[in-house]
Design a protein around this ligand. Structure first.
Ligand code: TXA
Ligand code: MG
Length: 333
């Protein structure tokens, strides 16, 4: 018999066939259930019900203009969600699904407005996590799901992080242990004349270019106004303590970190340090540990976080994207 905990009105399920069926019933009744994916925990609602989707925005404190990713358990399920499926989308789905790649496509008129926050497009993804796939199948509907954090906070990679932010604000949480990738999916816009990366993520630009055989641009941050990636305009991943990101050559970075940390400590500040990992697997490790580390340092009540940048393609580039957004200041040495 599995033990179901109730924490501040939120049911926490250790996932098995029976508890996932119970979580799926909550979803079908219009409830909110957080679930593990390979990237980060998602906060799921029935994507076919506008009122259920609207509750996600309230629970997270999410700005209403920021659209959601729809999660499917099978590539065929996408057909009911999008208006058209270009050849590039089919190719990428075959190469990278299930996995950390979300595709932005023209939306089906049948989808509630709330999912795409009034836009003509919708982002879709098939996650590579057995609990997520089982839940979507059991619910029998696609799930609209953003990351399961309060808006602006680092994304959650454990059930404990989800409870920190959302206990009592959601009906259920499936505890599937820590997420293996640790940063969110790559968001690739295929609705325009050329593919465009709106958010770097778990799949690198190089991998996408190789699959499609064309060069792919990435939307630069800070392009004001009509950005097609609405989420980019908001503050994200911010720990409570200000974070200073130090970039530049490797030896200068290390020396600058030491000097800054020493100076701040001498002045009586509690300083948390995030060091870069090098070598094969270094970027992968940093990706997995970045969000938990930001939350851990907040828990220790540090006054300042010093983070060392890395220069590596693929996941390394994604880690730098998240660090830049988490940073109050970037110092190049
Ligand atoms: O790995 C992930 O993508 C996780 C897991 C739960 O799947 N989800 C996630 O969702 O990170 P969220 O809502 O935290 O981030 C989704 C990003 C936002 O930046 C949003 O603006 C963008 O995707 N997005 C969603 N739909 C879009 C659309 N139709 N057009 C442009 N950008 C879109
Ligand atoms: Mg998010």
């Amino acid at each position: 018999m599995t033990r179901v905990l109730r924490i501040d009105r939120t049911l926490v399920f250790p996932p098995d066939g029976r508890t996932i069926a119970a979580a799926a019933r909550l979803i079908r009744r219009g409830g909110l259930v957080a679930f593990p994916t390979e990237t980060v925990y998602g906060l799921g609602a029935d994507a076919t019900r506008g009122a259920a989707v609207a509750r996600i925005f309230t629970a997270k404190g999410r700005p209403p203009g920021n659209p959601l990713i729809v999660h499917v358990a099978d590539p065929d399920q996408v057909r009911g969600i999008v208006a058209s499926l270009p050849a590039d989308a089919l190719k990428l789905m075959r190469c990278f699904w299930p996995g950390p790649l979300s595709l932005v496509l023209p939306r089906s008129a049948a989808l509630p407005q709330e999912v795409s926050a009034g836009r003509p497009t919708v982002a879709v993804r098939m996650p590579a996590h057995p609990v997520a796939l089982y839940l979507i199948r059991a619910a029998g509907v696609p799930l609209a799901a953003p990351s399961a954090n309060r808006s602006g906070r680092p994304s959650p990679t454990t059930a404990g992080h989800v409870l920190e932010d959302l206990a009592g604000r959601i009906e259920g949480l499936l505890d599937g242990g820590p997420c293996s990738v640790g940063v969110e999916s790559t968001v690739l816009d295929l609705s325009g004349s050329r593919p465009l990366i709106l958010r770097p993520g778990g799949i690198g630009r190089e991998q996408l270019q190789e699959a499609l055989g064309v060069a792919i641009e990435e939307r630069s941050r800070g392009e004001a106004g009509t950005s097609p990636a609405p989420g980019l305009g908001y503050r994200h991943y911010r720990p409570r303590a200000p974070l200073i990101l130090i970039t530049g050559s490797r030896d200068r970075r290390a020396a600058a970190m030491e000097a800054l940390a020493r100076g701040c400590r001498r002045g009586g500040s509690r300083v948390g340090v995030i060091r870069a990992r090098s070598g094969p697997g270094g970027a992968r490790e940093m990706a997995r540990e970045l969000f938990p580390e930001l939350r851990r340092l907040d828990g220790r009540g540090v006054d300042l976080i010093l983070a060392e940048g890395i220069s590596a393609p693929g996941l390394g580039h994604t880690v730098m994207d998240r660090l830049r957004q988490a940073a109050a200041r970037v110092i190049r040495v």
